[in-house]
Design a protein around this ligand. Structure first.
Ligand code: GLY
Length: 564
């Protein structure tokens, strides 16, 4: 009864939660007058800014930043992967680009099953059969050709120099490379490039990657999909038991898609459409939350955590059942985002007691988290904004490193459902909507997002983190617009996550007090009490009321905001 009374009481405060806030807090992150790039590596953010200063715009900086991440952050930055970009031009035009990987033409629905129909361990995560056809080069060239101002060779020159002259290994990076060294050797042989031991402070020079980038800078994306690079890549796959073919590369195309757009209070949210689940799931959660007075409940109060968890539970159940590649499956987007449908989804929620995921929807589906993706946000001096999330899927993808070309290949095929009801490497269990088919794109959780307020650009945001991507973007938006945090403060704030199944609330370690934990337990919430990892690495930019930009670079990684 107590909670119902609290809620009714809050409902009686007129107009108190009908508009968002998000303007009054003082910035704690980097503030810049004109333009900003926030990414997982300082070198990449700096190169993005350098291109802007040379007269490029956000789309030129996108190409430079993405490739600089491929050089300095091989964990997730890539030539052998894919991604999604959402943009908002200074004049308000919006759009999005899908450069997600595709299943090779020789892929089959049961390609990861043995003769008894069981999933063969590691086949979709490691080695030659794990890779989808890469989309990154098609994506950055498509975006730059449509909107950029400079020549690709000018944009790529500082990246080529970086690959050739080297970058300094950070402490976190040295640890990651050390942890994966044996598996690099196991997959690629003892002489593989990343089989060497790298310490923090070492400089990594990558001449093979510099040569690949140099050819691409001279000849354009066709070098990757039809030229010498394509030949080397296909030969590597065909002679080592892979199925990616010449035809796969020739046929690959990035696709412009209408973004998912919806209002939340006085904001307009612009996010990624399928084949990413990000925009629809974020939309469902925010619209389920909208009728509630979140700011009055208090940041990380048990009622606030409950509401988010219950909305997340319901939205992720829908995600698993309905979403897949829109070129292959019909997605009921309008129904999924319909306010009355979402109101009905929350009708059985009570502040007094946890819902049970088993009572919410179909199947015995589950997700876990992954950090092996990367996000960057850019605003240029004219006010054009891009929000880009890109990935190899797992850390260093399939671990297949094409020595002659100098890059890792993705293991994005694992984002498909190899068999209905069997979890993939992140615990994801899919349905027919996300089954494997030749040329199909696998479902993603990537959520590059842009927020408008009063018709103006207000925030550019996104993160890695597998299924936790969506809930990290959600909490960052709520931190700013419901709880008046600045950008850096909103990024720093501890996060929690629920994804329907497993029916567990995950908290970042040591970040939430025992009072909250006990309150939730007393209402029947099941909390993950093992060694939870960090949730997301958000890189974001918000527009301040004085027209300046505040960066939020996630301290959970080596992330950095650079601006001028
Ligand atoms: N590979 C992670 C994702 O796309 O969600």
């Amino acid at each position: 009864m107590r909670y119902r009374s609290l809620f009714l009481c809050l409902l009686l405060i007129p107009g108190s939660f009908l508009t968002s806030k998000g303007q009054s807090s003082s910035p704690k992150g980097l503030v810049a007058d004109h333009a900003m790039v926030v990414s997982a590596r300082e070198e990449a953010s700096k190169i993005g800014i350098e291109i802007l200063k040379q007269g490029g715009n956000a789309f030129d900086a996108m190409m430079a930043t993405e490739m600089a991440l491929a050089v300095t952050f091989p964990f997730a930055g890539n030539l052998g992967g894919g991604g999604f970009m959402v943009y908002r031009m200074a004049d308000g035009r919006i759009g999005s680009l899908d450069y997600r990987e595709k299943a090779p033409l020789a892929a089959t629905k049961d390609m990861y099953l043995d003769k008894d129909g069981n999933v063969i361990p590691n086949l979709s995560t490691q080695g030659m059969l794990a890779s989808g056809v890469p989309g990154t080069l098609a994506g950055i060239f498509e975006a730059q050709a449509k909107f950029g101002k400079l020549k690709p060779n000018q944009v790529l020159q500082p990246v080529i120099d970086l690959a050739r002259n080297g970058y300094v290994v950070s402490k976190k990076q040295a640890e990651s490379l050390r942890n994966h060294r044996q598996i690099f050797i196991q997959v690629n042989g003892p002489n593989t490039f990343f089989g060497k031991e790298f310490q923090a402070g070492d400089t990594i020079k990558q001449p093979a990657l510099a040569n690949t980038l140099e050819r691409i800078a001279k000849k354009g994306k066709n070098e990757f999909y039809k030229g010498e690079t394509a030949k080397i890549l296909v030969n590597h796959f065909q002679t080592n038991g892979g199925i990616i073919s010449k035809k796969d590369l020739i046929q690959y195309k990035a696709v412009w898609r209408d973004p998912i757009v919806f209002p939340y209070r006085d904001l307009k949210i612009i996010s990624m459409a399928p084949p990413s689940s990000g925009g629809i799931t974020l939309g469902q959660i925010l619209k389920m939350l909208e009728p509630y007075p979140l700011s009055k409940l208090g940041h990380h109060s048990s009622e606030y955590v409950q509401l988010l968890v219950e909305a997340e539970r319901r939205a992720y159940a829908d995600r698993n059942h309905y979403l897949g590649d829109p070129d292959f499956v019909k997605i009921p987007t309008n129904q999924l985002l319909d306010p009355s449908y979402l109101k009905s989804r929350m009708s059985n929620f009570s502040f007094e007691k946890a819902s049970k995921s088993a009572d919410i929807a179909h199947g015995d589906l589950s997700f876990e988290e992954s950090m092996e993706t990367t996000h960057y946000s850019i605003v240029d001096a004219d006010g054009n904004a891009v929000s880009v999330t890109t990935t190899l899927n797992g850390a260093y993808g399939s671990k297949v490193f094409v020595e002659e070309l100098g890059f890792f290949m993705n293991n994005e095929m694992d984002d498909f459902s190899a068999k209905a009801g069997v979890p993939n490497m992140f615990g994801l269990v899919g349905t027919e909507a996300n089954s494997i088919a030749p040329g199909k794109r696998m479902l993603s959780s990537m959520t590059p997002t842009i927020v408008e307020k009063e018709g103006k650009l207000s925030m550019v945001v996104g993160t890695p983190g597998g299924s936790t991507i969506i809930t990290s973007v959600l909490q960052t938006i709520l931190n700013v617009y419901e709880f008046d945090m600045g950008m850096q403060e909103a990024v720093n704030a501890p996060r929690f996550h629920h994804q329907w199944l497993p029916d567990l609330v995950n908290f970042e370690p040591k970040a939430f007090g025992t009072t909250l934990v006990n309150q939730l337990k007393s209402k029947g919430y099941l909390l993950y009490e093992g060694n939870s990892t960090i949730i997301g690495k958000v890189d974001a930019i918000r527009l301040l009321s004085n027209g300046k930009l505040e960066g939020g670079a996630d301290p959970r990684g080596d992330d950095k905001a650079v601006g001028y």
